[in-house]
Write a protein that binds this ligand. Structure first.
Ligand code: FAD
Length: 508
């Protein structure tokens, strides 16, 4: 078995980024109540509509935005998901192209009890996170706004941009943003958590959003930032699709020297232990480093990676866009994908043992067509957490880690056929539970005790369908989340009518 390690060496800034206060123009609150009333008169029904009726209603907003199952556009969109478990049977696909169209549609959906899904880049592995059976699939992909500010310190991106679009737009300006690392991934990342190339210096993707433009359940379009709707702003930094449809994100940018030195290193499995040590070393030693210079060779701190023989090395000086394209190779759409995640305190021996156990476990599934196991261990350094706090704070509940580096432990499986789900997925779940128990037995599990149970922080963007993500943010954050829900969505529209993804738990 061979495995890959991704290395990014980060060109650009000599100084760490100074967080600028997140100041946005005062919120433009555009009310659509008048419109809803009109629509209800023209289009509405006196009872809850069937999904077919919902499609007919929304197509009256604009016929060329709605596609039915017998069309090529529907078929293409329905298949455009990373995991085949996300390829469901929506009644129609509705592509809004402005925030106002989203607001009109939300008004219509609420009044007629229409269920819908919100799709960014379709890269969640959770069935139904961004797609829906017998409801309306609403991809964001026509919301393609892309505006770099005059001072180049921020960029506004429409919710339909993928990571590749954003890198491609920023590269020519010697800028980059804290988003995700892979070309085809969408902006679900920036309402979940978000590992970028520069996470250590700048914090998670959610920490680098300074404004969310959101359509709320009452069909108003609001800005959520440090001064306008600050409670909603904070809750969106991890709250996913639970509070509204985000139509645009404003990100802080970071200056670069025009390129990144990065790529993939390939090692043979016989070096697993040594690579694991280098990963640990990188997680903890990287902590004080703010490295963002244009280079043509590995700086000293990365020497450990080169001391281990590689059988392939694609690291070179390039554009961020180019790097994001290379990383996407090997992660095609349309296979069965399942993933699980938990969080530990960085520990060299645990890192080795997790690799070794997974390696053995995977041997038992080699007979499954297309079987592929993926273990990723991504650091959340104390510095990254601190950056998040400096930039206004999120609701992920990571502050308690103090000076210790956290390891985000991901185990994923991938294979060709849905019929193998029964054999692989329950066993994968059991395996991951045993690894959580292992970490716990060594006192290395990052955990919260909530009155409903005992949770390890589970990063939403890498979570499994039944992992209790929102609870894992800790009791204080849970309270804040419910308070925001009470204030912005008292009728629980985004709970009832947007059922997919990681939802706020319903009290029993
Ligand atoms: C190949 C691959 C590479 C990845 N690389 C990275 C990486 O480098 N860094 C990282 O942090 N993560 C990474 N991820 C994980 C990724 O962040 C999550 O899968 C994320 O949820 C994907 O967002 P999306 O928009 O593509 O997904 P979708 O499945 O479209 O959306 C995910 C969830 O977000 C909600 N959502 C999306 N857009 C909006 C919106 N505008 N308003 C409200 N809710 C919305 C959806 O309803 C859904 O529940 C990767 C995943 C894959 C498969």
């Amino acid at each position: 078995m061979r495995f890959n390690v991704f290395i990014y060496i980060l060109p650009g800034l000599s100084d760490p980024i100074k967080p600028s206060p997140a100041i946005m123009p005062s919120s433009k609150l555009r009310r659509f109540n008048f419109l809803s009333a009109t629509l209800f008169g023209i289009l509405g029904l006196a009872r809850a509509a069937t999904s077919a009726e919902c499609c007919a209603l929304v197509s009256q907003l604009s016929a060329n935005m709605v596609f039915m199952p017998n069309t090529f556009t529907y078929a293409t969109e329905q298949a455009d998901f990373w995991s085949s478990t996300e390829q469901l049977s929506p009644s129609c696909v509705f592509f809004p192209d402005t925030p106002e169209k989203v607001a009109e549609a939300v008004s219509l959906f609420v009044q007629n009890d229409c269920k819908w899904s919100i799709k960014g880049g379709g890269h969640s592995a959770i069935p139904g996170a961004a797609n829906i059976h017998h409801g309306i699939l609403m991809p964001m992909e026509r919301l393609k706004r892309f505006d770099i500010s005059d001072d180049k310190k921020t960029v506004v991106v429409g919710a339909g941009n993928l990571m590749g679009d954003i890198y491609e737009g920023l590269d020519p300006h010697n800028l980059t943003a804290m988003i995700g690392r892979y070309q085809q991934v969408g902006l679900g990342v920036a309402v979940g958590a978000g590992f970028s190339y520069l996470v250590n210096e700048n914090g998670l993707a959610v920490d680098n959003v300074i404004n969310y433009e959101v359509v709320l359940a009452n069909a108003t379009i609001v800005n959520a930032n440090a001064t306008d709707n600050p409670d909603l702003f904070r809750a969106l930094k991890g709250g996913s699709n639970n509070f509204g449809v985000v139509t645009a994100f404003t990100f802080l940018t970071v200056s670069t020297e025009g390129s990144v030195y990065g790529g993939i290193l390939y090692y043979n499995e016989s070096y697993l232990d040594r690579v694991s040590d280098v990963i640990y070393d990188y997680h903890v030693r990287f902590n004080p480093i703010a490295y963002n210079k244009a280079v043509n060779a590995f700086p000293e701190i990365f020497q450990g990676w080169l001391d281990i023989p590689t059988y392939g090395n694609t690291v070179h000086n390039r554009q961020y866009y180019d790097l994001s394209v290379e990383l996407e190779n090997g992660f095609p759409n349309g296979l069965v994908q399942e993933q699980r995640v938990f969080t530990v305190y960085a520990d060299a021996q645990l890192y080795k043992d997790l690799w070794a156990h997974f390696h053995v476990w995977c041997q038992g599934y080699q007979h499954i067509p297309g079987f592929y196991g993926l273990h990723v261990n991504m650091p959340i350094t104390a510095r990254a957490v601190h950056e998040g706090i400096n930039k206004g704070g999120n609701i992920l509940g990571l502050e308690g880690a103090g000076n210790r580096t956290l390891g985000t432990i991901y185990f994923g499986v991938s294979f060709n056929n849905l019929e193998d789900i029964e054999e692989v997925l329950p066993a994968h779940d059991e395996f991951v539970k045993s690894m959580i128990a292992l970490a716990e037995s060594r006192g290395l599990l990052h955990r919260y005790i909530v009155d409903t149970g005992d949770y390890s922080y589970s990063m939403l963007t890498y979570s499994g369908f039944d992992q209790p993500v929102i609870e894992s943010y800790g009791p204080e954050n849970m309270q804040k989340i419910v308070a925001v829900q009470d204030a912005y969505d008292p009728d629980r529209v985004f709970q009832r009518l947007v059922p997919g993804g990681q939802k706020i738990p319903v009290p029993t």
